[in-house]
Design a protein around this ligand. Structure first.
Ligand code: GLC
Length: 697
């Protein structure tokens, strides 16, 4: 026993003696200095070995290194370990599933078109990462949805529009980082497909990159994000994590990113510090104390400074995170927040004859489909989070209507005699049969996707489309479809359906969120962040564009800006459901007589002329002078207004030089365009309520 105590004491003495011996004054602990100044002061005190030790990982998800990414502490200098974890929709804990909240996915948060909702999404996740002992969250994901089939579109907040991504990444990053967790905006850049992601060269010109793919990352820079992740693919035949044009020049010099770039896991191909990579993840095959000796010490110091700066900025240095990965960090209150976010992001795509919201009495409902019982609420891959429990939407509907919870057995049913309500469950595996005892059918369908592969089609598999079509032609029934999807889908049966609700990958609280929406306790206010097409490959992408020629090694972005709604506008094709579309249980009147454009400020009055409070996302689109070669309209402003019945708001937007500029490749700068701009305000990209002109001299 004595020997142990002595050892401990001796060890203690050594540690304290050591600190005294080195007489370390610690100027970097002066909080009056900026995070960058503090980082620079600390780097000066670091040995080469200590600096090299921060430029690579130590392993992933092992007993010694339990997080997805790990960087060792440097006790001598009081530098805590860095602990990274996935992902963009919550803390992925493979060893203790259910100990964190399965939040709505990135695309779902994007569908809210609401900075407050997105901030709360980031905050909720950041709190849980912190409580799990992580000081880096590997999210948000922001890649623009170039192709509808991309297996990771569900993770990405941008949808198909760079401005939507640029705007919403900022509250997401702030929500996460306000909790003392460094956010990580990913995957930089043009990781716009999963097919051949580890080898494909995404060949895209500079102007298209700056105008269509960089803006969400630029939004991260403006939100002071601490880190970025370079991607697996090549850009113009150069690996993303060693591409001096996209990393060193575009991201660090032109966009002014002062945080650090980590590689995706295994995406490091060379000692590419000079090209702009700062840290290899998850191991040290390439970046290590031996190899780094050959690198200019100034570059090594700059990379370490870039890592330490966000550590100071987010308080990682001043208050090291004491929490353990084994903590259970989910909670009822977080489930409630996840439900709120899912509700705010739910999109009412169709509401024929105002079939929705449904009454809570005198109604006989058949709930159809396995998704109502075994709900799929998140996508697959590194970004997936396994919830402790997913309350079946069928139970949420029963609870809402005061019907005893019925199980998932075909034909199970229950009634509330007092309110003359009955609910029956039908797993949808057979044709509808006798439906006389119902007046409403709620049809639940789902499809999902995952990292590492793209969707082969945009349909609902497993006979779900056939199920909806079969119920759609039944007379005497009002039909509502609830869709949970990882992105765009085809809806061939929509003409036979009255109401359609969409909640993308809605997270664990989906059941109560959708029941609240179905019965009017939540008024849907989500908007489509990407176009829903009429048919497969409606944009007629060639194999050269996607997934690429030469065994998929070369995907060429010959469409430049013209994908998503920009393509539909250019070709004058009416999409099934347009970008920015989403209905409400309220009605919003845009008063064109109040529409004004004074200098760069655009205003219009919007009134809720409905009978219930609701949220309306007022959207501003800009059309450049035709000489610019730009698309006919582009999103350059949006704001969600929550309006009481009868309430009017003056929606106001101020356009910036950047909004009216194109990327000029010759000068590598933004070039303000002169001439006549078309200014449009509306409730979607295809529902414009007022138009005017802005003359830029
Ligand atoms: C994966 C993903 C990335 C994730 C990382 C760690 O391959 O591409 O998004 O954060 O590896 O799991």
């Amino acid at each position: 026993m004595i020997s142990k105590a002595l050892t401990a004491a001796c060890c203690l003495l050594v540690v304290s003696a050591d600190a005294t011996q080195t007489g370390l004054d610690k100027p970097w602990m002066d909080t009056a200095l900026s995070p960058k100044q503090r980082a620079q002061a600390l780097v000066e005190k670091m040995t080469y070995e200590e600096k090299a030790s921060m430029l690579h990982g130590y392993g992933a998800q092992t007993d010694d290194w339990p997080y997805v990414g790990n960087v060792a502490a440097i006790d001598r200098l009081g530098i805590p370990a860095l602990r990274y974890n996935d992902g963009p929709q919550g803390f992925r804990d493979d060893k203790l599933p259910g100990t964190s909240t399965a939040w709505p996915s990135g695309l779902t948060a994007g569908a809210s078109w609401d900075k407050h909702t997105v901030y709360n999404w980031g905050k909720g996740m950041g709190v849980e990462f912190y409580k799990k002992g992580a000081n880096v969250q590997l999210g948000p994901g922001v890649c623009v949805a170039r192709v509808p089939h991309n297996g990771r579109n569900f993770e990405y907040i941008s949808g198909e529009d760079p401005f939507l991504g640029y705007t919403l990444v900022q509250p997401a990053v702030k929500g996460i980082q306000d909790q003392g967790v460094i956010a990580n905006v990913k995957h930089y850049v043009n990781n716009n497909q999963e097919t051949n992601r580890n080898s494909v060269s995404e060949n895209v010109d500079e102007r298209t990159r700056f105008e269509m793919y960089y803006p969400p990352f630029k939004g991260g820079v403006e939100a002071n994000v601490g880190s970025m992740m370079c991607s697996y693919n090549k850009i113009n035949h150069v690996w993303s994590c060693e591409n001096p044009e996209t990393l060193r020049r575009d991201l660090k010099e032109v966009m002014g990113f002062e945080g650090y770039v980590m590689s995706d896991w295994g995406a490091t191909h060379s000692l590419s510090i000079a090209e702009g990579l700062d840290q290899e993840m998850p191991g040290n095959e390439t970046f290590n104390r031996i190899s780094l000796k050959s690198v200019d010490p100034k570059l090594v110091a700059d990379s370490v400074t870039r890592i330490l700066t966000p550590m100071f900025q987010m308080g990682v240095m001043d208050t090291p995170n004491p929490n353990k990965i084994s903590n259970n960090v989910t909670s009822d209150s977080h489930n409630d927040i996840a439900r709120e976010i899912s509700q705010n992001s739910t999109i009412l795509l169709q509401n024929e004859n105002d079939v929705l919201p449904l009454a809570k009495d005198n109604i006989r409902i058949v709930v159809v489909g396995d998704q109502a019982w075994n709900a799929v609420v998140h996508g697959g891959g590194s970004g997936s989070v396994t919830p402790a429990w997913v309350k079946p939407p069928l139970w949420s509907i029963c609870d809402k209507l005061g019907v005893e919870r019925i199980n998932g057995e075909n034909g199970a049913s229950g009634c509330n005699a007092g309110s003359k309500v009955c609910v029956t469950y039908d797993d949808g595996s057979k044709s509808p049969g006798n439906t006389d005892k119902y007046d409403h059918a709620i049809l639940f369908v789902q499809t999902s996707s995952h990292e590492g592969g793209d969707r082969t089609n945009l349909s609902f598999a497993g006979g779900q489309d056939e199920m909806v079509s079969a119920w759609g032609v039944v007379d005497g029934l009002k039909k509502v479809v609830v869709m949970s999807t990882p992105g765009a889908v085809l809806t061939p049966w929509s003409k036979d359906i009255d109401g359609i609700l969409l909640n993308f990958m809605p997270g664990q609280a989906m059941g109560d969120a959708i029941a609240n929406t179905l019965f009017g306790d939540s008024n849907p206010s989500g908007k489509l962040p990407l176009t829903f097409p009429n048919e497969e490959n409606e944009q007629r992408m060639t194999i050269s564009q996607y997934p690429g020629l030469d065994n998929g090694e070369n995907a060429t972005y010959s469409e430049t800006f013209f994908f998503g709604y920009r393509w539909y506008d250019k070709h004058n094709v009416q999409p099934k459901f347009p970008f920015g579309h989403g209905l409400s249980y309220s009605k919003f009147l845009y008063d064109a007589s109040t529409f004004s454009i004074k200098d760069r400020t655009v205003e219009i009055d919007v009134k809720n002329v409905g009978s219930v409070p609701g949220g309306e996302v007022v959207q501003l689109y800009v059309g450049f002078p035709s000489s610019s070669g730009e698309p006919v309209r582009q999103l350059k402003g949006f704001e969600k207004y929550l309006l009481e019945a009868g309430e009017t708001v003056t929606a106001s937007f101020t356009l910036t030089d950047r909004d009216l500029s194109i990327w000029d490749v010759a000068s590598h700068k933004w070039a303000l365009q002169k001439g006549e701009f078309t200014i449009e305000v509306g409730t979607s990209s295809r529902a414009i309520r007022a138009t005017g002109l802005l003359e830029q001299k």
